[in-house]
Design a binder for this molecule. Structure first.
Ligand code: PEP
Ligand code: MG
Length: 888
């Protein structure tokens, strides 16, 4: 096994082994770009170190061989007294973890070689400043000395000199400072600062290995879902100096604007400075364009290199560079991060430039980015006072009055106030408050904290871990610096950026939603560039995808919106949603009916209402399939709350005020009460137990379809039976339904074609799918209930109770109710598809659980070979895009 690669040996595809930085340095080296020579120690070496506590045996010799080669290439030795080679030792993992791990610059300087550097550079101040920086960085990161001690000594030196910045310190001052720094090291590290350059290098390498497992690095990885066992590579690179005078400097550049995607000159430059100075913001940078006047030759060369990189990587690249006395050096490049909007624009721009094709363009964006672009957002132009910034945990723009406990959140929202629930962190007791709030803000916790997980599940805006906020729940207020926010003060929370503002920031609708709604058009003169790009990417996706996309919708309004968003039908109409509000009483009567007569009466009043619902729905979706699911939830959901009713009855009794109705109702509620309603009397079981219920619904569907046909419409109704576990259940319901349909056909004289199928949402249904397909023309996977029953997780409870712990322990990286569990639930879906199609080759297959709108899950359903996914209207563009990406 080889642990060290020269920059000339690697390439950009070796990120796993050489880390992102090392792989790209190698790629640039091989492109003939000016990269200071160096080599990379692999992440495999780091893994060995982390597992065993020592470097792999072969590493030292390999490093020596590469160092020898580097020294002969540079014509000087590491730390050589009269003309030292200096190197940087930098971490670089497969996935970028900005600022999380260690870097040490200027390795090779010592009491002896500092003089050599002074002589060679002709700049004594520079040499001592470099040495001062080495001791400081090395002391802090490698030897674990508290960095404040160095900072304080530096401040003292500046104060003594009445110097404004460290530039004002001269060589003599810095010499004194070096002495002091070395004393601090000896005192706090229990050893002297190492004078042997190789020892410096070896210790720095080890410290980079160890920095993989610092608490903050671990936390960052958990938040960003980066695996913990990858390890980091280490890059040893010969130093070039941007701080050798006005003809030197350092900068960052982008090959195009990471916010808009526009081509042009984007970046910052800092004259006479080293990389950390830019990051630390010590002095003000100038726009990169100014480099043209400062150093035309380097500027022209940089433009040329950016062009080479963009064409080579066929994507936006970001770059770090240094100019040493008029000579340009590339220190880093990578495919750059960008905003969601820029991702869409850049993808289409690159297609126009002929750099990538449509299929590749689809790989450059994703559904999560599209979803982000569809949230309303705060008006960019509005003036707003920034209070602080936390982790963007759940997107959206929320405005409301600050409240600091759940009880107040619920109380205020009931009286019509919009509230933002602010807590240090949330726990399951806060659930009601979270539901009532427009948005949630916490000062502790990361992307997998309770607040973040639950808010995402609810689709609520959430910012968490905003550390600057001091939340004082007892006194019902929070302080940020000098600002105090009392209960009732307005705050605005941006879940897409993590920013928190004081007061009400105006919210504007997303132009992308305006486009999908048909209120903004691509191709129009004033069309937004972003809308234009989204329009084109959607076309690329639609041309490629094999999955059809339907909507979960149960009224005409949702259906019409879904259609505008590109739905190709309704995959799930939950008829229970049609029995809410005033109609609840009618269902109550149906449930409580003592005689056949009473029941028939109740069904008769429901029939015309149901029929009207369906007529509207079939009209809205004319020409497209509409899957209507017969009643599913446990009946008690239609009855009054058992506790409230008991109290009412008890109170009446105590007043000797007998209410026959309430008493009867209470008896019925008791009778229907279930310990596990989700596993109780629901779905097909209801249809089998309550005579006439499913028949009434089927009749309403059939009559509505007949009416639409009569009106020259094209209704395409599909009847779906929920919670089937065995084919026998389905057969009984099917026979009854066919009879009803035949009656309607006869009565109306209209040739009705209604297909009948089932949900597959119980493990037994999936396992006996071959038999069930005998009686079903289509399957629709109910992955919500299937996940619930396969895992034995109550879908209503677990996300708020123990999922945070599960996520933190890494048992799963994401809730199985959000992204389909491919190994378990997914395996059942796959085998049920195969068994079903074996019985009935033309069996239609779809999915209507929440997973239908989840990007990763959509890819899985594409692979399994479903015909369609069905999701909420708002997720339809996301599902279309992901279905296209899956097929591209
Ligand atoms: C499901 O179980 O996945 C489903 C779509 O049905 P519901 O969510 O209504 O139970
Ligand atoms: Mg279900």
């Amino acid at each position: 096994q080889k642990f060290v690669y020269d920059f000339t040996e690697g390439n950009k595809d070796l990120k796993g082994l050489l880390g992102g930085k090392g792989a790209n340095l190698a790629e640039m080296t091989n492109l003939g770009l000016p990269v200071p020579p160096g080599f990379t120690i692999t992440s495999e070496a780091c893994k060995v170190y982390l597992a065993t506590g020592t470097e792999p045996a072969a590493l030292r010799d390999e490093v020596s061989a590469h160092l020898d080669a580097l020294e002969s290439a540079m014509g000087k030795k590491l730390g050589q007294a009269d003309d030292p080679l200096l190197v940087s030792v930098r971490s670089g993992a497969k996935f970028s973890m900005p600022g999380m791990m260690d870097t040490v610059l200027n390795i090779g300087l010592s009491d002896k070689s500092v003089a050599g550097l002074a002589k060679q550079s002709g700049d004594e101040r520079f040499a001592w400043d470099s040495y001062r920086r080495l001791i400081q960085m090395f002391g802090k990161t490698v030897l674990g000395v508290d960095g404040d001690h160095f900072e304080e000594a530096l401040e003292d030196a500046k104060r003594a000199k009445k110097a404004a910045t460290d530039i004002d310190l001269d060589a003599a001052d810095l010499k004194k400072l070096v002495k002091q720094f070395k004393k601090i090291v000896t005192r706090d590290a229990g050893r002297d600062f190492p004078q042997d350059p190789r020892e410096q290098m070896d210790l720095a390498i080890r410290s980079v290995f160890e920095s993989w497992n610092t608490d903050r690095a671990k936390l960052y990885r958990r938040q960003e879902r980066i695996p913990g066992d990858l390890g980091t590579a280490v890059n040893i690179c010969s130093m070039v100096f941007g701080n050798l005078g006005p003809d030197s400097g350092t900068g960052v550049a982008f090959t195009r604007d990471p916010a808009s995607g526009h081509q042009g000159v984007y970046g910052d430059y800092l004259q006479n400075a080293q990389g950390e100075d830019v990051v630390a913001g010590i002095r003000n940078t100038v726009p990169l364009a100014d480099l043209e006047t400062i150093d035309k030759k380097s500027y022209d060369r940089l433009m040329q290199i950016m062009e080479i990189l963009e064409t080579h990587y066929r994507d936006l690249c970001d770059i770090e560079f240094t100019i040493e006395r008029g000579e340009l050096w590339m220190l880093q490049t990578r495919v750059g991060k960008r905003t969601a909007g820029a991702a869409f624009r850049i993808a289409t721009q690159l297609v126009d430039q002929g750099l990538i094709d449509e299929a590749e363009a689809l790989q450059r964006v994703n559904g999560a980015q599209l979803a982000q672009l569809m949230f309303p957002r705060f008006d960019d132009g509005a003036k707003a006072e920034l209070l602080g910034r936390g982790i963007a945990a759940s997107p959206g723009a929320a405005v409301g009055k600050a409240v600091f406990d759940s009880y107040t959140a619920v109380k205020w929202s009931r009286s019509g106030e919009r509230v933002i629930l602010i807590r240090r962190e949330t726990n399951p007791d806060d659930l009601d408050g979270m539901l009532a709030a427009e948005g949630i803000l916490t000062s502790r916790g990361g992307k997998t904290s309770h607040a973040a997980v639950v808010a995402r599940g609810m689709g609520k805006t959430c910012v968490c871990g905003a550390e600057e906020l001091e939340v004082d729940t007892k006194r019902r207020r929070m302080t940020v610096g000098k600002t105090v926010i009392e209960e009732g003060d307005l705050v605005s929370v941006d879940g897409s950026t993590g920013k928190v503002y004081l007061g009400e920031v105006p919210v504007v609708p997303s132009p992308v939603v305006e486009y999908f709604e048909g209120r903004m058009h691509a191709g129009a003169d004033d069309a937004d560039e972003l809308v234009e790009a989204v329009h084109r990417m959607m076309a690329y996706a639609d041309r490629r995808r094999r999955l059809r996309v339907r909507a979960n919708a149960d009224n005409a309004e949702d259906a019409l919106r879904a259609r505008r968003f590109g739905a190709q039908g309704i995959g799930l109409c939950r008829t229970e949603h049609m029995f809410l509000g005033e109609r609840r009483a009618m269902v109550e009567r149906l449930i409580l009916a003592d005689t056949d007569d009473e029941r028939d009466q109740a069904l008769k009043t429901l029939l015309p209402l149901q029929k009207k619902d369906f007529v509207e729905l079939f009209e809205a979706m004319d020409g497209l399939p509409v899957t209507v699911r017969l009643l599913d939830p446990p009946l008690h959901e239609f009855l009054p709350d058992i506790t409230e009713l008991s109290v009412r009855v008890a109170l009446a009794e105590s007043r000797e005020d007998h209410n026959e109705n309430d008493l009867r109702l209470l008896q019925a509620v008791h009778k229907l009460h279930e310990q596990n309603p989700m596993l109780g009397l629901r779905g097909v079981r209801l249809g089998l137990v309550i005579p006439g219920l499913f028949a009434m619904q089927v009749r309403a569907i059939a009559e509505a379809a007949a009416e639409r046909k009569h009106a020259k419409g094209d209704p395409r109704a599909e009847i779906m039976i929920p919670l089937v576990g065995t084919v026998q259940e389905l057969e009984i319901v099917r026979d009854e339904a066919e009879q009803v349909i035949a009656e309607v056909r006869k009565a109306t004289g209209i040739d009705l074609r209604l297909s009948l199928g089932t949900m597959i949402e119980l493990p037994r249904a999936a396992l006996t799918a071959g038999q069930i397909a005998e009686a079903a023309e289509f399957f629709s996977f109910g992955t919500n209930d299937l996940t619930q029953t396969v895992w034995g997780f109550s879908r209503d409870d677990v996300e708020a109770s123990f999922f945070t712990a599960y996520l933190e322990k890494g048992i799963f990286g994401v809730s199985p109710f959000e992204t389909i569990d491919m190994d378990g639930v997914g395996a059942l879906v796959r085998s049920a598809c195969e068994a079903g199609r074996k019985t009935r080759p033309d069996l239609k297959l779809g999915i209507c659980g929440e997973h239908g709108g989840d990007p990763e899950s959509v890819h899985f359903f594409h692979q399994v070979g479903l015909d369609y996914v069905s999701c909420s209207p708002f997720r339809i563009p996301v599902a279309r895009l992901e279905a296209g990406r899956a097929a591209a």
